[in-house]
Structure formats: C-alpha cells, structure tokens
Design a protein around this ligand. Structure first.
Ligand code: NAD
Ligand code: HSO
Ligand code: ZN
Length: 423
C-alpha cells in the first residue's frame, strides 16, 4: 500500500480514482454477451455459463429436490446464523414501511402518496469467487416486505452446475422460489430481456463485479430500472490516535479480500497511526486464505496522511466510499459531517463486517463514488410511490384561480378549460 503525505486538494481527484477497467473494452465485451442473450435466450445463457463458469447446465431453473438436499446438507449452525441475521435485517427494514398520510393542502384539496410494489423484480447474487448468500437476505427481505409478487433470483453455478446449499437455503428462508443457475452478464441479460426459462423483470437488483455492474448499466439504457451501480467493494477508515491498529487492519482486509479490484483507504492525521496499521496489515494478510486476492487489492489501496481532521472529512466526502469506518474517539461528531457514504460504522466496536451480515442495515451499496448521489438498497428501492388526489366541488372552486392563471400564462387553454368547465 502506498503512503501519501498531505496531498494537495488539487491532487485528491486523481488520488481517489478506483481501479476500474477500460470502459470501452468492458462495454464492448458486455454488449456482445447481452446481444447474444437477447437474440438466443437460454442457449446463449448456457453457452456463456460454460465459457465463464465451466458449468454444463441442462436445466437453468433449480428443482425442488435441490432445495431439499441443500436444506438437509447445510450445517445447522450456519442455518441458525442465517435465520438470526434474517431477524435483524427484517426488523430494520420493516421500520421503513410507512402508511400513506392524507394531506389537505387547502380546504377540499386532499393529496396522498402510496407505496406500490414493483411487480416483477430480479435479484443478482454474486458467486464468482465466493457464494454471497448473505446478499439474498439483503435483497429478498426488502423485496418481500415491499410486496413484490414475482421475485426471480440468478447466481452463477460452480463447475459441477450446482449452487451453494446456503444460497438455496437462504432463498427458501426469505420465500424466493424461482432460482436460476446463471451468473454474470448473461444473467443480467436474461432478467432484462427474458429467455424461454428466465422471465423478464422490471427492475434488477444486486451487487457484482465490473462485468455485472456494467451489464446493469447497459440494460438500464434499454429501459430497465436498476437499483444502483454496486460494484467492487470498498472501505475507507478514518483513524485517530485512539484507533487500535489490529482492528483497523482487519477492517481494511475484510473488504480487500472481496476481489483484486477492491480498494481500501486509510485516512489519518498521525504518521505513527498509519505506520502501526500498515505493519498490522502486513502481519494479518499473510494469514488469510484469500491472501492473493487481498494483496492485489492492497496494490490499489492508499494510506493517506492529512493535516487535520477537517481536511480528513473533506477528503472522505470527496471519496464517497461505499463503507466508512470512524475509528476515533468522537465518531458521532464526525458522522454528522459526512455527506457522501453508503453506510457508516461508528467507533472501535463497529466492524464493517457486521453490516455485511447481520446488524440489520443493507449491504448492497453504491461504489465507485456513486454514494455522492445514490443510496443503498432499502424497501423504497422495491416500490413506486404513486401520488393521488381528490378534490371536492368547493376545493376546486378555491384552487381554480391559481390553476387558470398559470395555465393561460403557459398558453395552455385546454388545461384552463378543464377547470372552468366544472365551475
Ligand atoms: N457494492 C456492493 O454492495 C457489493 C456487495 C457484495 C459484493 N460486491 C462485489 O461483488 C463482486 C463479486 O464478484 P465475483 O466475480 O466474485 O462474482 P460475480 O457473480 O459478480 O461475477 C461472476 C461472473 O462474472 C462473469 N465474468 C467473469 N469474467 C468475465 C469476463 N472476462 N467476461 C465476461 N464475464 C465475466 C462470469 O459470468 C461469472 O459468472 C465483488 O467485486 C464484490 O466486491 C459488492
Ligand atoms: N462487503 C460487501 C459489500 O460491499 C457485502 C458482503 C457480502 N458478504 C460479505 N460481504
Ligand atoms: Zn464484505
């Protein structure tokens, strides 16, 4: 990891770039796959599954007996952990459900807004280098709470054409029954355009690698809705002299182990803090089973020394990290000044990995600086908010002058007439 000493503000933008692939090359290859899936349906999905996942798939849809085998084979301790995480995630997301409130803007003019579930949604569950069954809880629970009717799930199979039993167990636990063995761009294309087996949906959700994220952004241009660009994981940590080096190093490595193109960033005002965390990273990374991946991610990562806390906050807001950990003695004060981040973890005892699995918040979050404008997944992501209004005859009389004046000034006489004719 490279150390940057008090970089100039003018250098921040370049310094905070993510290690992204060449856009033209990436889009070119993703477009070709999407096009083939659009034209050839299941055959193309199976062909690319063979090419990228080395799996020969007869039936893309997971059969009922596969769910039963998964349920029977999964370690009871893991089943209990999944169910316990599910309770917290449900509790947190349930609180997001709001009842419609009728607002009388003037006497006789009532307006209200109602959440209506998106009928058909598609969930992408990453599985290239690790089967992220936790993502099923993060997407399936809010989808169910919102009331989505058709929930389709796609995840890449292993070379034996199987999905990890925990994926099937978690899918059943949240009530998703249509699970398909398809990953990557071909899965996004299938859910966007529909194939003989995989139904087309109205909105696609879920994180993934750069191919998956690019595919979501491209199908969006074709009219599909997507949750957000949720690409390679990242974390930024702000550490002061109260930070515990071993804790911070473990947090940074927890996101570095996701993928070679992940990025982690440490920001501090103190050289000694940076030095001791760097030493800890070197010690801990050597012990990780995914050491090779983490080391590659560390090559893209930065240790940044800044002049003072205010500058640290500005830099973190410019970075707009997916996750931000405040390892300092007054995290609440700093958290108040954070305007760009996907999810924030306060203090020395809030590791990011609890949010990944079980605290209750959602782990599907914007990456690559998109936290400047996007939120993570929530129940809101799965609904449309439809507005309604009802006026009495008196109410229409009261509002008529305003509407007629405005309509006529815009030169739209028929708009004015629609009010006048009722008076
Ligand atoms: N932002 C978030 O909320 C969030 C949450 C969880 C995970 N993630 C990220 O999700 C990603 C998961 O990545 P992954 O690779 O393990 O799984 P993945 O499921 O996203 O991608 C695997 C698929 O990528 C496709 N692929 C691989 N190489 C390709 C190529 N050369 N051309 C076209 N397609 C290709 C294959 O079809 C494969 O099935 C990680 O980057 C992780 O950090 C992000
Ligand atoms: N950290 C990921 C989001 O960037 C989510 C995840 C799933 N499993 C472990 N971690
Ligand atoms: Zn994670």
């Amino acid at each position: 990891m490279q150390i940057y000493q008090n970089p100039n503000r003018s250098e921040w933008k370049a310094l905070l770039q993510r290690p992204v692939m060449n856009t033209e090359a990436l889009e070119g290859s993703v477009k070709n796959i999407l096009q083939e899936v659009k034209q050839q349906g299941d055959a193309a999905v199976k062909k690319f599954t063979q090419q990228f996942d080395k799996a020969t798939i007869d039936n893309l849809l997971v059969a009922e007996d596969e769910f039963i085998t998964a349920q029977e084979s999964l370690d009871p301790k893991l089943k209990a952990a999944i169910l316990s995480a599910k309770v917290n995630i449900e509790t947190f997301h349930k609180a997001q459900l709001t009842a419609p409130e009728i607002i009388e803007t003037m006497p006789g003019v009532q307006c209200w807004r109602k959440n209506v579930a998106i009928e058909k949604v598609g969930l992408y569950i990453p599985g290239g280098t690790a089967p992220l069954f936790s993502t099923i809880l993060m997407l399936g629970i809010p989808a169910k709470l919102a009331g989505c009717k058709e929930i389709v799930l796609c995840s890449p199979p292993d070379a034996n054409a199987q999905l990890h039993p925990a994926i099937l167990f978690a899918a059943k636990a949240v009530g998703i029954t249509k699970v398909f063995k398809a990953g990557g761009v071909q899965a996004i294309g299938a859910m966007a355009y529909g194939t003989e087996t995989i139904p087309a949906v109205s909105k696609i959700f879920g994180p993934g690698n750069q191919y998956v994220t690019c595919a979501k952004q491209l199908v969006q241009q074709d009219g599909l809705a997507i949750d957000m660009p949720a690409g390679p994981s990242e974390v930024a940590v702000y550490a002061d002299e109260t930070a515990i080096a071993a804790f911070v190093a473990a947090d940074l490595l927890s996101q570095a182990e996701h993928g070679a193109d992940s990025q982690v960033v440490l920001v501090s005002c103190t050289q000694d803090v940076v030095n001791s965390i760097e030493q800890e990273i070197n010690k801990q990374v050597a012990e990780l089973p995914r050491k090779d991946i983490a080391l590659k991610a560390l090559d893209n990562s930065k240790l940044i020394l800044v002049n003072n806390e205010a500058e640290a906050i500005d830099l973190l807001n410019e970075y707009a990290p997916e996750h931000l950990i405040l390892s300092c003695n007054h995290p609440e004060e700093i958290a108040d000044k954070i305007i760009n981040a996907g999810s924030v973890f306060l203090g020395h005892y809030s590791p990011e990995s609890v949010g990944d699995y079980a605290s209750g918040t959602n782990h599907t979050l914007p990456t690559n600086g998109y936290a400047k404008a996007y939120s993570g997944v929530s129940v809101d992501s799965f609904v449309k908010k439809i507005t309604f209004q009802q006026l009495t005859q008196e109410g229409l009389k009261k509002i008529s002058k305003t509407v007629i004046a405005m309509a006529e000034a815009e030169g739209l006489q028929a708009h004015a007439n629609a009010v006048k004719v009722r008076l």
